[in-house]
Design a protein around this ligand. Structure first.
Ligand code: PHB
Length: 417
């Protein structure tokens, strides 16, 4: 105990010598001073132990349940990164441990505890928003550097100073979508939103920008996350006669949405369908026929992104999984890149503060385009593209038509002002 206290104090002093601490460092520093739980002490013992030859990465993912598609995609992306880059970095063997939280946040918390105490993981890959939220206190107490691979909700990275986002935020895409819609003549919108945190955030940012641009929101319709039936909501939206429909559905639901949209004849109604990238998910697009043709979205990843790296990524992913690579898969792929690049920088040292410091400010080329980690917020900064669905060689693809470079999470940018 005494040794731990001295260690903590030394770390405290080291941080105090820094003339300017960024937000993450301050949070980690504050946490260090306040930490008192048994788990934190146990974990300090674990993570401060002798250097290991292997690095364990625990992915806690929704492999079954409401967002099972997202879990599969993130894990496939992470596995592809390891297959392409080898399973050794800075002399350490990378060991992936995948656990299914069944899209239930309480399970994620229990699994995180088990992985910390029994498996002594060095990193977590965190999955969808509710699970990332529920395991955050354990991540903080046990000081496990963790990469967010799926969640798109702004607040998540504020829940632990050891969270770094490799995925996206809904706000990043929805604000740009609203501005583009206004510029292209949209005046009256109905929003259809999956009824949980990312849906609320997509709607909030879209609405702010749409109203600021002189537009009007006629109604906001909320659809249950599990087993959604969009038909009654589409009927209601149709009856309100908007010129534009803004829709957020999570990964795995775009196919059902497109089918029900077409069944009501809404693809031919003249109402413009817009949204963040989720509505034209590349995992579902190949089966959408011509239903989504012409749909415009603001998204950070399209399998049609015309870079050499992305062509290789899409071909590799297709070969390994039989699916088209989508926006969730790049979160898993880039999440593994962050872990690899950080370990290279720290020379294999997996200490949480060293790793997160190494990740802050990191820049690299992703299949989605150039990305970086904002050193103040631990958020991914990335291009957002306006894309339009078109048939290419008999299949629908989201073709990029405009690029907004280096977009930050707008909700944090506002808070920082
Ligand atoms: C989330 O967990 O925040 C999430 C999951 C799937 C999506 C978007 C957001 O498509």
């Amino acid at each position: 105990m005494a040794a731990l206290a001295i260690g903590a104090r030394r770390s405290f002093n080291r941080l105090n010598y820094k003339s300017k601490l960024n937000v993450g460092e301050r949070m980690r520093h504050q946490h260090f001073v306040c930490a008192g739980l048994t788990l934190a002490l146990a974990a300090l013992g674990i993570h401060g132990a002798v250097a290991q030859d292997s690095i364990k990465v625990g992915l806690i993912m929704p492999m079954t349940g409401a967002v099972a598609a997202a879990g599969r995609e993130a894990v496939d992306g992470a596995k592809l990164y390891i297959a392409q880059h080898g399973d050794t970095v800075a002399g350490k063997k990378i060991e992936l441990i995948v656990r299914d939280d069944a899209s239930v946040p309480d399970n994620a918390k229990r699994l995180a505890q088990e992985l910390i105490v029994n498996d002594k993981v060095n990193f977590f890959g965190a999955g969808f928003t509710p699970s990332a939220m529920s395991m955050a206190p354990l991540v903080t107490e046990a000081k496990v550097p963790s990469v967010i691979m799926i969640s798109g909700t702004s607040v998540v990275t504020e829940r632990s100073p050891y969270y770094v986002r490799a995925s996206f935020t809904l706000g990043q895409q929805s604000g740009i979508m609203a501005d583009y819609a206004i510029q292209n003549g949209s005046k009256k919108v109905v929003m259809i939103l999956s009824d949980w945190a990312p849906g609320a955030e997509a709607g909030k940012v879209f609405q702010q920008n749409f109203i600021k641009g002189g537009g009007q929101v006629l109604d906001t319709l909320k659809v249950p996350l599990a087993n959604p039936d969009f038909s009654p909501f589409l009927q209601r939206a149709h009856d309100l006669a908007p010129d534009t429909l803004f829709v957020f559905v999570p990964a795995g639901q775009a196919g059902t949405f497109a089918k029900q949209f077409a069944e009501r004849g809404m693809d031919k109604s003249g109402i413009k369908l817009v949204g963040p990238g989720d509505i034209v998910d590349d995992d579902d697009l190949p089966n959408a026929g011509t239903t989504l043709n012409g749909v415009v979205t603001a998204g950070f990843y399209s399998a049609a992104h015309p870079s050499m790296l992305n062509k290789q990524y899409v071909a590799g992913y297709q070969k390994a999984t039989g699916h088209r690579a989508n926006f969730i898969s790049v979160g898993g792929y880039d999440g593994m890149h962050l872990i690899y690049a950080a370990l290279q920088k720290t020379n294999g040292n997996a200490d949480a503060n060293a790793v997160v410091n190494a990740m802050e400010g990191m820049k690299w080329e992703s299949p989605r385009g150039p990305v970086s980690i904002d050193p103040d917020t631990r958020e991914i900064v990335q291009n957002v593209y306006i894309r339009k669905v078109e048939m290419v060689n008999g299949q629908p693809w989201a073709i990029e038509i405009k690029t907004f470079p280096a977009v930050k999470d707008p909700l944090k940018a506002v808070a920082a002002k």
